[in-house]
Ligand binder design. Structure first.
Ligand code: CP3
Length: 406
């Protein structure tokens, strides 16, 4: 574990909050340089020059040259899910986590929104708590509630009793990813995992919570237990992402959905190093294309309400920063630097608005993102279940129509 050094660096100037001085290269250099399999879609040439990867690379092709992609890339967080009638039909009678662990079902659900909306990426249908289930922890997703654990993890003894996760347990994930990429062709699959804070927040509370008081108390009152828990979460999430990338995903996103409940100092001191540790499992994972160019799978880091820590999301080891709907993308670029590609941030609240209102907003998001080296359109959080899927399809075609002419 390398966590301690980051906590130390972040702590060195708590009054000024000058944690941005942590060199990203220091995080990078700990990364694995492991090779993806040679038949991986990123290395066969299928996805390396997709519009999505071009923008994640800051507007560069696989040879490293600045190029415009053939269209403006867009995908939606939670594009696979309850907004689609075909999803509701397939899921009938199967619990959420059982669906995730049925390779044929998970693969089909992942493909549904790609077929329907013509989005530029598939997001793997799974859940951030799947590694807990695979490790043998009693966890369920209760409809309309979210993840619920049989026994919350609150004491040092609870953390010490956490099971180890065997690599063989990822078999249904690997199988689902393989089936999915075989169908996707040149559309990249994005893998993902929950960041240590968001995952540990569910583990400590045992259920969804508004303020995340449990984990925030623990990191101050019992930092050793907190660090042990967050390190466990970083490891299972890092390996979950790695399993998806090795099996065929071309990019991976770390979701720190609840990081916005932390102040900047708490994030820097108690969380950043653990998220960096999760990323080390997938850092610089790549290989050589048929044309002889070295390519790696881009890493995206997203959370909600993270305006105050946006630069730290990048410092943790991501190539791309996902921005929620609260922060204008031009301001996001000011905070993370023009060289950082961005993802986001159409406000999900505008999806039911009259089309001219929504269209104006989408155009404004594109304009605000134009100062970043790359920009992948997305929502500023997931698709609300009540969304009319036809509106999403229309947003995708608008974005593709706008292109790069203006
Ligand atoms: O297209 C996609 O993004 C699908 C893949 C996906 C799911 N969960 C499927 C899902 C992804 C990337 C996630 C990640 C996830 N899971 C996060 C991070 C993203 C975010 O939204 O902030 C979080 C916090 C979770 C935990 C979780 N799982 C919650 C809070 C819920 C909602 C509970 C509810 O019913 O309101 C889930 C369940 C879940 N995960 C659903 C889906 C499609 C809905 C369950 C269903 O359809 O029955």
């Amino acid at each position: 574990m390398t966590s301690g050094s980051f906590a130390g660096m972040a702590a060195s100037s708590p009054a000024t909050g000058s944690v941005t001085a942590i060199p990203r290269a220091a995080v990078r250099s700990q990364g694995s340089t492991a090779q993806l399999p040679q038949d991986h879609p990123l290395l066969t040439g299928l996805t390396a020059d997709s519009a999505l990867l071009n923008q994640y690379r800051g507007g560069r092709n696989s040879a490293g040259e600045i190029t415009r992609p053939h269209r403006r890339p867009v995908w939606f967080m939670r594009q696979a899910g309850r907004s689609l009638p075909e999803y509701r039909a397939l899921r009938e009678g199967t619990t959420m986590l059982d669906s995730c662990l049925d390779p044929a079902l998970a693969s089909e659900i992942t493909l549904q929104p790609v077929r329907r909306h013509d989005v530029d990426a598939a997001i793997f249908f799974s859940d951030i708590v799947i590694p807990l289930r695979l490790a043998g922890i009693d966890v369920e997703i209760q409809p309309g509630v979210g993840p619920v654990l049989g026994s919350p993890v609150r004491t040092r003894a609870d953390v010490e009793a956490l099971p180890t996760l065997d690599d063989a347990a990822f078999a249904p994930i690997t199988e689902a990813v393989r089936r999915t990429v075989a169908e996707l062709g040149s559309t990249p699959l994005i893998g993902f995992a929950g960041a240590p804070f968001t995952l540990a927040a569910y583990m400590v509370e045992g259920k969804p919570s508004r303020d995340h008081l449990g984990p925030r108390t623990m990191m101050h009152a019992d930092p050793d237990t907190w660090n042990a828990l967050a390190a466990w979460a970083a490891e299972v999430s890092g390996r979950f992402m790695r399993a998806q990338l090795m099996a065929g995903a071309s990019a991976a996103q770390l979701f720190d959905s609840w990081a916005g409940s932390l102040g900047r100092e708490d994030y820097a001191r108690h969380v950043l190093s653990h998220s960096a540790e999760a990323f080390t499992h997938v850092q610089d994972l790549g290989g050589t294309t048929p044309a002889g160019h070295r390519v790696t799978a881009p890493l995206i880091h997203f959370g909600t309400g993270t305006g105050e820590i946006l630069d730290l999301l990048r410092v943790a080891g991501a190539d791309v920063v996902g921005v929620d709907y609260r922060l204008n993308l031009a301001e996001a670029t000011r905070r993370v630097g023009a060289e950082t590609p961005l993802q986001g941030n159409i406000d999900p609240a505008l999806l039911p608005a009259d089309w001219p209102v929504l269209e104006k907003h989408v155009r404004a998001v594109i304009a605000a993102g134009s100062g970043a080296a790359g920009h992948v359109l997305n929502l500023g959080h997931g698709v609300p279940p009540e969304t009319d899927p036809e509106v999403l399809t229309r947003v995708v075609s608008l974005i593709h129509e706008i292109g790069y002419e203006d």
